[in-house]
Write a protein that binds this ligand. Structure first.
Ligand SMILES: [Zn+2]
Length: 211
């Protein structure tokens, strides 16, 4: 794996090739962005939405965090990073779709399943534990059915987490309004790292199917 200094070489290649090729597009983007799609993805280094969807600069508005989670609409004090990004995308950029993309081998979902970090101090796993405890309720039936270890249990947790985020998205008044009026569509997706296959959630059946 490369160091950041080594990545500067990559930047050099980008300036020579991609940036030159898309110069006009960059000129256009100088005036502003108008992406139609927002993606909420995991911070995991293996699931870069721009790479998976092969999109040009300016096309995707992205939030990445541990386990690709959206917390519910909360008015408690604190810094609500996901809520701020969502509000900006939906109310100001007026994106037409919000996609929650979970993924295989997700460390955050695994921690939600095992609850190994519960009780850790903030800064020593406590921030992660508190973040992923929004999956606690969903975890219970999964842990009962599949246990807390192994791919079957983990995959069930990873897929369920996407549904939790979609449900939490629907607690935001602006999302409720725009979904009801047809201005906004919510989508669930899952990228399986092992075979590189993207799955899309059919919310009617609750099943994820290969795209
Ligand atoms: Zn992850």
């Amino acid at each position: 794996m490369k160091t950041f200094d080594e990545m500067i070489d990559g930047y050099g290649r980008f300036r020579e090739t991609d940036w030159q090729h898309q110069r006009e597009r960059w000129e256009e983007l100088r005036e502003g962005q108008s992406p139609q799609v927002m993606v909420i993805s995991c911070s995991d280094s293996r699931v870069d939405p721009a790479q998976i969807f092969d999109v040009a600069p300016g096309e995707l508005f992205v939030v990445r965090n541990v386990a690709a989670l959206v917390p519910p609409f909360e008015t408690t004090p604190g810094r609500h990073g996901v809520s701020a990004a969502l509000e900006f995308a939906v109310q100001f950029l007026k994106v037409k779709e919000v996609v929650v993309m979970g993924h295989g081998m997700c460390g955050g979902c695994q921690a939600a399943l095992t609850q190994d970090l519960h009780g850790n101090d903030l800064g020593a796993g406590g921030f992660v534990a508190h973040w992923i405890d929004m999956l606690d309720e969903t975890r219970e039936p999964i842990a009962e059915k599949f246990g807390t270890a192994g791919r079957e249990a983990e995959r069930a947790m990873e897929l369920a987490a996407v549904k939790v985020s979609l449900a939490n998205l629907r607690t935001f008044p602006c999302v409720q309004e725009k979904e009801a009026s047809g201005e906004l569509k919510l989508r669930g997706a899952y990228f399986a790292i092992s075979d590189g296959v993207l799955h899309l959630l059919d919310e009617e059946s609750g099943e994820f199917r290969p795209a």
